[in-house]
Design a protein around this ligand. Structure first.
Ligand code: PAP
Length: 341
């Protein structure tokens, strides 16, 4: 697989097969690029984003390390940005019929599907677009000073992000096994049980999709300190504690703060209710729909803080906390003391 690095026509092509390879985190082969691990199939998209994506000053990117609250943030930001056209209490609201990942697409996934097209060009402004890319790999034209674009980042306690990622990977591995049994499309990583210990070692070493988590988080934290008007840094656990206040923060940052009339009418609360995990779990498209590699219901599991304690030993928790703490050292950000469910 060869893709241009996108730094101009003369740039060296990026040869995926020459990048470090990790084959143990199912269901995709991972390749290391720019210090982070990505599904190999995404590399052409990651490269194409840098050359082809044409940012608009009104764009809002929703960024996250995988399994940190992306689906929820997509729903909240979409409902907030489009509330004039789609009031949150409306029975035909898109989020009552569609999965949040269909309302807000991933930049690099879209370009990976067709690196020559710009699927986002047809979207009306303001566009809300998601990414799992770390800050240094965002397109330069997007992050450049004066570009006007904004980023909302959500981070999550590493232990809960790990447990969520491991269980999600197991579901995808099971789908891979079923696909292999049906002699469907071949899966890159041969299906086999994905044990907790193996997953944990890989996650601790950063050899997981988007990994390592610590540098991913610190890249956005530092950007949010440097350019607070451009990068909003949210925490999943704080969103769980006070979702309405976080939606207000989100709306204000996106340039569409709730008016006094909206506040009086409880619109922020309506957005939160529309996007609650229980409401989304009940949407037909989320109950029965599926995507290429996984059922939509897999995006809505527990949605709580502290579920790690049902899966990890205290020693594992301390080890992972220590790894992420070390990575965040000197950044000025630290995850709050661990909660258990
Ligand atoms: P992604 O990276 O594949 O897009 P992402 O949405 O970031 O996944 O993470 C999924 C987690 O968010 C799941 O956590 P869990 O496995 O610990 O339960 C999922 O349950 C949780 N989640 C999804 N929707 C919501 C929501 N509306 N409110 C709170 N948490 C949610």
């Amino acid at each position: 697989m060869v893709a241009s690095t996108g730094d101009g026509d003369m740039a060296e092509p990026l040869v995926a097969s020459s990048l470090p390879l990790e084959t143990r985190f199912p269901p995709f082969h991972l390749r290391q690029h720019g210090g982070f691990w990505f599904p190999e199939t995404l590399l052409p998209g990651i490269v194409a984003v840098r050359t082809r994506f044409a940012p608009r000053p009104s764009d809002v990117f929703l960024a996250s390390f995988p399994k940190s609250g992306t689906t929820w943030l997509k729903a909240l930001a979409f409902a907030t940005a489009h509330r004039a056209d789609h009031p949150p209490h409306a029975p035909d609201h898109p989020l009552r019929h569609r999965n949040p990942h269909d309302c807000v697409e991933f930049l690099e996934v879209s370009y990976a599907l067709d690196p020559t097209a710009d699927a986002f060009a047809a979207l009306p402004s303001p566009r809300v677009i998601a990414t799992h890319l770390p800050y240094p790999l965002l397109p330069e034209r997007f992050t450049a000073e004066g570009a006007g674009c904004k980023v909302v980042y959500v981070c999550r306690d590493p232990k809960d992000a790990f447990v969520s990622a491991w269980l999600f990977a197991r579901k995808m591995a099971a789908a891979a096994a079923a696909g292999a049994a049906n002699d469907d499309e071949p899966w890159p990583v041969p299906p086999k049980p994905f044990g907790m210990e193996e997953a944990f070692e890989l996650f601790c070493d950063g050899q997981c999709p988007g990994g390592p988590q610590g540098p991913h988080v610190s890249s956005y934290w530092e950007a949010s300190r440097r350019w607070p008007e451009k990068v909003l840094f949210l925490q999943y656990e704080e969103m769980l504690q006070d979702p309405v206040d976080n939606v207000r923060k989100l709306a204000e940052f996106m340039g569409c703060a709730f008016s006094m009339e909206e506040e009086a009418a409880g619109v922020a609360r309506d957005v939160v209710d529309l996007c609650s995990i229980d409401a989304l779990k009940n949407v037909e498209a989320n109950k029965r729909g599926s995507r290429k590699y996984v059922k939509n219901e897999a995006f809505f599991r527990k949605g709580v803080a502290g579920d790690w304690s049902n899966h990890m030993t205290p020693a594992m928790a301390a080890r992972l906390d220590g790894i992420v703490e070390d990575a965040l050292q000197g950044s000025g950000f630290a995850f709050a003391a661990a909660e258990s469910a």
